[in-house]
Design a protein around this ligand. Structure first.
Ligand SMILES: *Cc1c(COP(=O)(O)O)cnc(C)c1O
Length: 421
């Protein structure tokens, strides 16, 4: 009934759980806390283990509440299959754990979420070579490809400087070269953008962010769009080749990463995220509208040195973002002019919370260089365009006038009358 191709985004999410029989007609998939699942006939248990019939065996590999969320995310991304993980990082790590081997090469956008940057450093020490390139131009990606390149990794809008990757052209390049194209869709969310449209093979979502949306549960997901030909991928173990080729990648990821590394999503978290997902479209509309209004106000203010938001015509990829995305996202960053201390400014805001996380219903602010990007050091920060004074704002669903007033008064107070001139 609720095929995303036939019904709108929210209709299909709201009625997703009912696609399979639910106990007592409950509109929500219940929270199944059982670690294991029993069978009357032991032969049936064996068949489930051998993949000859569907069923659950042990909670680390699968759980009915988590499966219902996997179905939902899969609908949002119009994927072939989706696997959920304990966090967004676990989903990203799963790609490396399950699909890469020593000697392999990865081309990655240099504009990355800090912990993904750190993860690439780790796998670099394990014999996997990672080239970091400016992915806003496909030419840089192409130049970095070697015969050992196995995958290309980009974020849609980069966190925190909001560079937009050359998504369509990189997709075409990966298709031409037979490379796995992995897109982290967290900053756009499947409501604003479906990476499948630009040829992505695997799509990552940090469910913690816009999909869950309330800052009350961690989770991550990996979706196979069905576009990649796994028979061309050299790192598939023979065990997983007993499935039809379209399932090879996800079968290997579910076993080699989810099962063996154990980054499994808990059923309670899956429930919170599933409830949050019901209102994602409404929240995203409001957050995008609030973010655009705030970004415009700050850009027009002479006490602000720079604002980075794809919704502003001054943004280098504004046209591309307009073409590809249904909105410009809930996150922007900005720099104050020299002489206004970023900590002083942040402490004068009353509504936003000084905190990490993003895609929350509440507006969150963070001085990037001193916190989430502190560990990587000044040199790497500079190469990513992150100034010491950069402030990241994850805009929430508060009343717009309250946010505008609050940022306005904080600027007035921290600038003082003498610096105002
Ligand atoms: C937060 C985030 C992640 C990681 O998600 P967690 O659930 O915090 O592990 C990955 N990518 C991007 C772009 C993010 O913003």
């Amino acid at each position: 009934m609720t095929d995303t191709k036939k019904y709108g985004f929210t209709t299909s999410i709201l009625h997703s759980d009912r696609q399979k029989p639910i106990e007592h007609g409950s509109p929500h998939k219940p929270i199944h806390t059982s670690v294991t699942f029993g069978y009357r006939d032991a032969r049936q248990l064996a068949e489930v283990f051998q993949g000859k019939q569907p069923g659950y065996r042990y909670g680390r590999q699968g759980n009915p509440t988590v499966s219902a969320l996997e179905d939902k995310v899969n609908r949002m991304e119009q994927g072939m299959a989706t696997i959920c993980f304990s966090t967004g990082m676990a989903a990203i790590a799963a790609v490396a754990q399950a699909l890469l081997r020593e000697g392999d090469h990865v081309v990655s956008s240099a504009f990355l979420f800090g912990n993904t940057n750190s993860l690439w450093q780790t796998i670099g020490g394990q014999g996997i070579d990672v080239s970091m390139v400016d992915a806003t131009d496909v030419k840089n990606v192409e130049a970095a490809i070697t015969p050992k390149t196995r995958l290309v990794f980009v974020e849609t809008i980069a966190n925190p400087r909001t560079q937009v990757a050359d998504l369509k052209r990189i997709g075409q390049l990966c298709r031409d070269r037979g490379l796995l194209y992995v897109v982290d869709n967290t900053m756009t969310s499947p409501y604003l953008f479906r990476p499948k449209m630009v040829g992505a093979s695997l799509v990552i979502n940090a469910l913690t962010k816009s999909i869950g949306g309330h800052g009350n549960a961690l989770g991550g997901s990996l979706t196979d769009t069905g576009l990649f030909d796994w028979t061309k991928f050299p790192n598939i173990f023979d065990t997983y080749k007993r499935y039809v080729p379209g399932q090879w990648g996800m079968a290997q990821i579910r076993a080699k990463s989810l099962r063996d590394f154990g980054g499994s999503l808990g059923p309670e978290a899956a429930h919170h995220i599933a409830v949050g997902a019901e209102t994602m479209a409404l929240r995203m509309e409001r957050e995008c509208s609030n973010a655009l209004a705030l970004a415009r106000m700050l850009e027009a203010d002479k006490r602000v040195a720079a604002v980075y938001y794809p919704g502003l015509p001054s943004h280098p990829q504004h046209k591309l973002a307009t073409e590809l995305f249904g909105g410009y996202g809930s996150l922007f960053s900005f720099e104050l002019v020299p002489g206004i201390d970023c900590f002083d400014f942040l402490n004068r805001l009353s509504i936003p919370i000084a905190a990490s996380n993003l895609g929350d219903t509440r507006t969150l602010v963070i001085p990037v260089a001193h916190t989430i990007f502190y560990e990587m050091g000044a040199e790497r920060r500079a190469s990513m365009g992150i100034a010491d004074s950069l402030i990241r704002v994850s805009v929430g669903i508060e009343d717009q006038v309250d946010l505008l007033n609050d940022f306005g008064q904080a600027l007035n107070d921290s600038a003082g009358s003498d610096t105002l001139s």
